[in-house]
Design a binder for this molecule. Structure first.
Ligand SMILES: Nc1ncnc2c1ncn2[C@@H]1O[C@H](COP(=O)(O)OP(=O)(O)OP(=O)(O)O)[C@@H](O)[C@H]1O
Ligand SMILES: [Mg+2]
Length: 237
């Protein structure tokens, strides 16, 4: 399969109702690892993730991939904070992306068995996904995003409303995916989670990237005073 990387956002800017809500931001995503995106509410994290995924219209700047754009979308996945589940069974939710990309019946069955076990929903495959709890839905959405082994996965606060156990299960899925070669970019407000998972971190404020750096250096000795204040829990204006 052709590589999506490098994925480059150049001077990306998003304006809505006359206001700049993100940018200009220039970033390159490539290689391996898990990047954590942090920053106060309204900083523009969700907007940036969507811009990088190619689903947020840019008012200025450019998004480029290492492969033709018709192939770039199939190579990536996005998990939203409020997971979107299809109004069908758990199994049908897992099958959906596989069918969409022409995975054969036997391989589909194998992958559904494997992934439903990993999210501990094997015995609920025939139940409507809409009946799952919030945490179970979030696990299902994460498994559905990972089931095709995307080159790149975005997640927007994937564990915001989950208990410790579900959070740990999702983190395990993400680590395994990262170790298997999926590049991950994830927004989170959970500092402990960020430290547990990050290979590197981006800090965003007022629509701009203020600082980027490898972990644990980013968390222990950030270069910018805004980053230090944010990580200390100070209110940033
Ligand atoms: N369609 C829109 N029209 C106008 N303003 C918008 C629109 N979408 C987002 N915004 C504004 O853009 C800013 C950035 O929003 P965004 O959702 O990217 O922030 P965030 O960092 O993800 O915040 P949070 O931590 O609360 O999820 C916010 O002030 C938001 O109100
Ligand atoms: Mg957000």
């Amino acid at each position: 399969m052709v590589s999506l990387f490098p994925l480059t956002l150049t001077e990306g800017l998003v304006r809505r109702r006359g206001q700049v809500i993100m940018g200009p931001v220039s970033l390159t995503v490539e290689g391996r690892g898990l990047t954590v995106l942090m920053g106060p509410n309204g900083a523009g994290k969700s907007t940036l993730l969507k811009a990088l995924h190619g689903i947020e219209r840019l008012s200025a700047g450019r998004l480029r991939h290492g492969c033709p754009s018709d192939q770039s979308h199939a190579a990536q996945a996005f998990v939203f904070q409020t997971p979107v589940v299809l109004r069908r069974s758990v199994a049908a939710n897992l099958a959906y992306p596989l069918k969409l990309h022409g995975v054969g019946r036997a391989e589909r069955a194998r992958l559904i068995e494997d992934w439903s076990a990993r999210i501990r929903l094997s015995d609920r495959l025939d139940q409507p996904a809409a009946r799952l709890s919030g945490g179970e839905r979030q696990k299902l959405a994460t498994a559905r995003a990972l089931i095709r082994s995307p080159q790149l996965l975005f997640l927007d606060e994937p564990t915001a409303n989950l208990d410790g156990r579900s959070t740990r299960e999702i983190e395990d899925l993400l680590r395994a995916a990262r170790d298997g070669g999926t590049r991950i970019v994830m927004a989170t407000h959970d500092f402990a989670q960020a430290r547990r998972l990050a290979d590197d971190a981006w800090f965003m404020m007022n629509g701009r990237i203020v600082e980027t750096g490898p972990s644990p250096q980013f968390f222990d000795t950030p270069a910018r005073s805004e980053t230090r204040a944010f990580l200390r829990g100070d209110i940033l204006e």
